[in-house]
Design a binder for this molecule. Sequence first.
Ligand code: UDP
Length: 314
Amino acid sequence: MAVKKVVLMTGGAGFLPSHMCDQLIAQGYKVIALDNFITGKKANIAHLLNDKNFTFIKQDVSKPFKVAGRIDYVMHCASPASPIDYLNHPVETLLVGSHGTYNTLELAKAKKAVFLVTSTSEVYGDPMVHPQKETYWGNVNPVGPRSVYDEAKRYAEAMTMAYRRTFKVDTKIVRIFNTYGPRMNINDGRVVPNFIDQALKGRPITIYGDGKQTRSFCYVADEAAGILKLLFSKESGPINIGNPHEFNMIEFAKIVLELTGAKSKLVYEPLPQDDPKQRKPDITLARTRLGWEPRVELKEGLTRTIAWFKENKQ
Ligand code: UDP
């Protein structure tokens, strides 16, 4: 039997990475997941801990670390990712994007592994171009509160490109757009868990600002599949992976109310500083170069997510 290829994934106990661990193991890979549990959760990987193809190492990858043995792919996914989480952990967020990217690139270089970094639509900031294409350089406030995440990811992209150019590491950059689904942390402050939690508890739905700002939500299984397609492709990116179906927050709240059957009213709260007014990926590159596009429509994905939140009361 052929020897299985090994994927090392930082942030492996996070919401989206844990789904990629599942898909990789189902596709016949061995996975070594690293996490320091700042925002990742053991519960996300509990079902994998006894799998012979899964190894877990508790490690802060912002600090230098070594992993023995063969590694074919390094995926650097570790980072707080929701606005509340990265505002609560500003320095850790900057360090995992900077030192963490350096440490994982060094590992990939030493192991002659393919390297993938999970970047974000936040590199486009409050975008002046809509929908966002990978060629757009973005509109980020470098000293605003969100800069701890945006600039960490921009730096991570720059460092990745430097290793590609200087050391010929086979690198890949994915820009992830808003993703939702089972295993999201109900307390992470993002709009999807907030609205579902509020609806299920019959509490008012909190719309920030006038609710006209838009986002485009991708179901987690689609997002994970797209990122893995990039990992195993010849493409280097940056490449957007997200669902281009765009909604404003009032429309989104109404869909959550419809699917939960809740009668909650909408209440309006202040818009957080530098909150992007619009976001929608142009996924032409993903479609044409990777043959990937999302399959799960918002109502279907939300129905699954609501069912999961009901079963896993947090
Ligand atoms: N938002 C909202 N009510 C909430 C939480 C978020 O209206 O209870 C808005 C937020 O201001 C933003 C959008 O929903 O415009 C998406 O926010 P989220 O934190 O999910 O992610 P972002 O895309 O901003 O990183």
